[in-house]
Write a protein that binds this ligand. Sequence first.
Ligand code: SF4
Length: 355
Amino acid sequence: MTAILELRNVSKVFGEGLFSRSRTVAVDDVTFSIASDVPAMTAVAGESGSGKTTLSRLLLGVTNPSSGQVLYKGDDLAKLRGERRKQFLLDVQPIYQDPFGVFNPFYRADHLLFAAVAKFKLASSAHEGRRLIEQALETVGLRANEILGRFPHQLSGGQRQRVMIARALLPKPRVILADEPVSMVDASLRATILESLRALNRDFGISILYVTHDLTTAYQICTNIIIMYRGSVVEAGTVEEVIRSPKHPYTQLLIDSIPRMRAVRNWELEEEEETTDAASDTRPSAGCKFAARCPVAMEKCWKQVPSLYRTSEEQIARCFLYEDQAVFKEADIAKTFARPQPEPMHSYESSQQMP
Ligand code: SF4
């Protein structure tokens, strides 16, 4: 397996400056890669403060690591220049959470699309540029005559987000990093947008990293899932195994709460309540970060940091409950879980009821 994007022992610490009072470790020694030869759909899931968004910003090169390396096809992303940098900007495209904020209200929606064609030098004439834009809009289920010539406020939230997906598609990327792409979109439009992402993976072989707080949609569209807690990977595997048979107590807690919250759960709002419910000890832990909330914490959990253990062929968990299993080499995360999207996947309707 060759990696198009790779995090190697990456940590990101905020507030390290001379005058900073607080220090936050957003990403803590994470090793992870996205294969270039196996287009997969991988969810990175976690609640607010888990480090998932920082992880995607590191992969986009908009944030530099405090330690470790982010690599694009083996080269240090921070040192990329010239043609190599240009190729990276073509290959790796973001889709952001807010489909409103990225549009300039004074320009028509076309502006964003034609600007991308010009920036990446995708067409040799205005006519060819328009044809590419029409194709990209069609791919995400939009008709050009319904979009072009309109101002952002004349489009629905769902249309705006699909225009953003079309924009990301224009340079024919190898990887799309989608950070909470449906969290600000009306529930009735989520299915169409998520289906667009899935189609890009299936039909164009684009790897999708879907960053989300919502296990339901992760289960709906992804093949693999990585669960993060306070900057660390605590569990990873196929969505089938992790959702149906979660091994880490944190993942179990998240999944157990889903029926109570019906399909979609707002972790941000509930984190405080959950902490209060689950915490049995308020000691600071020098070992497992989850110890204070873990209902089965043991004495050693407070003193030692657990490794990742392989709990099955396709699942790993960072927890002492599995220390009789083989230790998993973090560098192998992508190699082990890089698998293409099988068909059929879960439908949006069926995924409203988690297993
Ligand atoms: Fe709980 Fe210990 Fe496992 Fe951490 S290592 S999740 S505290 S049992």
